[in-house]
Design a protein around this ligand. Sequence first.
Ligand code: HOZ
Length: 434
Amino acid sequence: MIPDTSKRTRSEVLFRHASKLIPGGVNSPARAFGGVGGTPPFMKKGEGAYLFDVDGNQYIDYIGSWGPHLFGHRHPKILQAVEHALTIGTSFGAPTEAEAELAQLVIEMVPSIEMVRMVNSGTEATMSAIRVARGFTGRNGIIKFSGCYHGHVDSLLVSAGSAALTLGCPSSPGVPAGATADTLVLPYNDCESLQAAFEKNNAELAAVILEPVVGNMGCVVPTPEFLSLLRALCTQYGTVLIFDEVMTGFRVAAGGAQSLFGVTPDMTTLGKIIGAGLPVGAYGGRAEIMNCVSPVGKVYQAGTLSGNPVAMAAGIAMLSLIRSENPYPKLEEISKTLASGFQQAADEAGVPVRINRVGSMLTVFLTSQEVRDLATATTSDTVRFSKWFHGLLNRGVYLPCSQFEAMFVSAVHSTSDIDQTITAAKAAFADLSV
Ligand code: HOZ
C-alpha cells in the first residue's frame, strides 16, 4: 500500500517560525525546497533507510544527508564509536591518536593520497586544496567546469551547481571580481575547449578542479577521453589535477571515482562519508604537494576543530565498516534495479527521462536529451520535476529537492523499499499527464 504523507502541518509551523530567525528558515539553501516549491518536512529522527518527520510521516530516504549515510541512519557501529569518543572528550585542540588512524585508512583506501589533512567540511577542503596548488606551483589560474559545485569558496563560486544553480545564483553577489579573476570556467566533458584553454593559458594554470562524477548538476558521468585528456594536459604543463570527491569518495567505490575510472589525480578533496554524518572534510595528495602545507611548508591552513575526536571516531568506524562489509556489489544491484524501475515507470507514463547513474548515485532528468554537461542538464523540465518530486514525497519517498542534485541509495535499502519507491514513482509519473 502506498502511504499518504501529504499532511505536514507541524513542519509548516516550524518552517514559518524558523524563517523569521534564519535566512529562508534553513542553514543551507539546498534544503529549502526553493527548486520545487512547498515546505520542507522538518525531521525528527532517522533510522536505517528511513526518515521520520515531526508530523509522524515516514519516508524512504534517498538523500542520506546528501551522501554520507552509506549504511543508513544510526548504524550501531558508528553510534558505538561516537558514544565511546564522547566519554573521552569533545575537543582538545591538541593532537590525538585517532587523527593518524583515520589518515592511515584514507591513505590505504584512496590510491593517489600519500598524505592527508583533516578539515571540517567539503568547502574547507576545496578552498585549502586550491591554496596549496597555488602555493606549490607559484601560479594563480584555476580551471573549473560549469555546473560543478565545490562548496561556497569565493574563487569557485562561478557557474556553480547545486543550490546555487537551483536558486539562480550560480555566480554569487558578494564575491568580488578579483576573487574569480583567475578562474576559467569550461563546459564539462568538452575536450576541445579544455585543449584550447591549456594551449592559451598553460603557464598560468595552478590547478584544474572537477567532480569526477558530477553530483551537483544532477549526476553527470565523465567520458573516458575527457578524464584522460585532463590527466595528460596537467602532467604536461605541471598543473595540479584536483578531484573533488566530496560526494564520490567512498560512495562510488572504496577508492572513489579515481579508482573506478583508473585516473590518478594529484590532489583529492573528501567530505561527507569520512565523517559518517559528522562535520569532516579532508584534502590530500602527493607528499611533495602536501609538504607545502604549514607547519612543514609555508601554505597556511588551520582549524581548532580539525581532526575533532568525535568526528574522527565516526570516520574510522565508517571506513572500517566499508572495508569489512564491502557494500558496493549490493549498492550496484539495488541502484540498478531502482534506475530501471524508474525508467520503466516513466516509459509506461510516456514521460521522457534520461537517467544517469554511477553505482549508488543517480539522477532522473526529465528531458529526452542525453545529459553530459550543464547545457544538456538544463534542458530538463524543472516544473514537471517539481510535480514528480512532490508526487513521491506525498507517497513517502524523500528525494533531493532539486532536479540538479544526485540521489543516494544506501546499503540498508531493502528490496521492498525499492519496490515501494518504484510503485510510488509510477503513480507520480501518471500524475504528470493529468
Ligand atoms: N551541498 C549539498 C548538495 N549538493 C547540500 C547541502 C545541504 O543543504 O545540506
